[in-house]
Design a protein around this ligand. Structure first.
Ligand SMILES: Nc1ncnc2c1ncn2[C@@H]1O[C@H](COP(=O)(O)OP(=O)(O)OP(=O)(O)O)[C@@H](O)[C@H]1O
Ligand SMILES: [Mg+2]
Length: 376
């Protein structure tokens, strides 16, 4: 295969031999492009495989020759070139007759010693590509994603058999033993609930599910659910900027995300004098890449959920977005990882600031630019 034969050509690259070997050992495609024409000057082995061409061939091409002309990757490269700083973009669809369809995350970084050159790293976001990547909050949810679909198939069905058998047994047992079968049924139900929760992680959001969403309608819905349900003991304060344009997102996903944040806040708030403050506003000066490049760049919109509970213990703080981290007796520890995944898929960012009586979850979201789809 010419992919293998051509690998020797890379030894003539100006990059040190060791560096090349390291790059070739990486599972993710890496490309280096040069100059305003984005000429390809280096590709690693994984990139050769992805683009199904040898390094020698690819080095005679420009980036625009191997990916579609309207690809968000080209926009991202342009932005990195102009700003001189690194940027990433999630959920980029790369679809050409040669390489087929890929859903990737793209990281673009200018090379320190030569600013004309940009290093592109592509990461597959298919289920297979999601396992074993746990560098960021978003990534930590990915292994859960693959695991959840596995668990759903492999555990739920046999479990319903176990549950049914325990119920049958119960009919022929004395009251003392029946307690044990009831325990089996209850625990089986708890496992199913846990798996249902994890199933929310499976599947990436289709890009066409994104559009302009009125964030205030989302929050109204969340708060009315909260007030009539789990947060009836809490006083809510809403501070909204009514002039905000629509968020670029998906209404169901946003409701799900904020419902989790408000539920955590309500659970943290004191029984007496519990208070949750929800705000919306602009956060100037922060730029985010949208999940799909055909959407205009937006100024991020910020939504905060604040409670007056006792705060997140310091040692727990670095881990709260990891799956299964919980301090609650009935908690799954999947609320915040899910929120991080949902917000990440929309191209947004979440962070937290916490001290006693003041815990703030801050969500930055992309918004539809003036004249963009939200203003049609
Ligand atoms: N507003 C908050 N104040 C204090 N601690 C919080 C807050 N939000 C989250 N935490 C901490 O982070 C942990 C993880 O939260 P997460 O929502 O992921 O799971 P959970 O709430 O414990 O379980 P579940 O969401 O399934 O009910 C919580 O157990 C709690 O210790
Ligand atoms: Mg929770």
């Amino acid at each position: 295969m010419d992919v293998l034969q051509e690998q020797d050509h890379q030894l003539s690259e100006p990059i040190e031999v060791d560096g090349t070997a390291v790059l070739n050992a990486l599972p993710d495609p890496v490309l280096v492009i040069d100059g305003p024409g984005s000429d390809i000057v280096f590709v690693n082995g994984a990139a050769e495989q992805m683009f199904q061409a040898s390094a020698a061939y690819l080095r005679t091409k420009a980036l625009a020759d191997i990916i579609p002309h309207d690809s968000p990757v080209l926009l991202l490269v342009e932005r990195v070139r102009r700003s001189g700083s690194s940027m990433s973009q999630h959920a980029v669809r790369l679809d050409t007759p040669r390489i087929g369809e890929h859903l990737i995350r793209v990281d673009a970084a200018p090379m320190a010693e030569c600013e004309e050159r940009i290093v592109l790293t592509l990461q597959e976001q298919s289920i297979a590509g999601k396992i074993d990547r746990s560098l960021t909050h978003r990534d930590s949810t990915r292994s859960v994603s693959a695991m959840a679909s596995l668990l759903a198939h492999e555990i739920k069905n046999p479990l319903s058999g176990v549950r049914g058998a325990a119920q049958l047994l119960e009919q022929s047992l004395g009251p003392e033993d029946a307690q044990l079968t009831r325990l089996i049924v209850e625990e089986a139900d708890r496992i199913v609930r846990l798996i249902d929760r994890m199933e929310a992680f499976t599947g990436d959001m289709p890009l066409d599910a994104l559009g302009p969403v009125n964030i205030h309608e989302v929050l109204e819905r969340v708060l009315s659910l909260a007030r009539t349900g789990f947060a009836s003991h809490v006083r809510f304060t809403e501070r909204y900027d009514p002039s905000l344009p629509p968020v670029y997102g998906n209404s169901d996903r946003l409701i799900q995300a904020f419902l989790n944040l408000v539920k955590n806040a309500a659970e943290a708030a004191p029984k007496d004098g519990g208070e949750i403050i929800v705000t919306t506003g602009y956060q100037h000066g922060v730029r985010l890449a949208a999940p799909s490049g055909d959407t205009p760049m937006q100024l991020p919109l910020v939504v905060t959920v604040q409670d007056n509970g006792s705060g997140i213990p310091e040692d727990l703080r670095p881990h709260i977005f990891d799956p299964f981290v919980t301090t609650k007796p009935g908690g799954t520890g999947l609320g915040l990882p899910l929120v991080a995944k949902l917000i990440g898929e929309l191209g947004g960012v979440i962070d937290v600031e916490s001290r006693p009586r003041r815990t703030i979850f801050r969500v930055l979201l992309p918004m539809v630019r003036e004249g963009g789809p939200g203003h049609a």
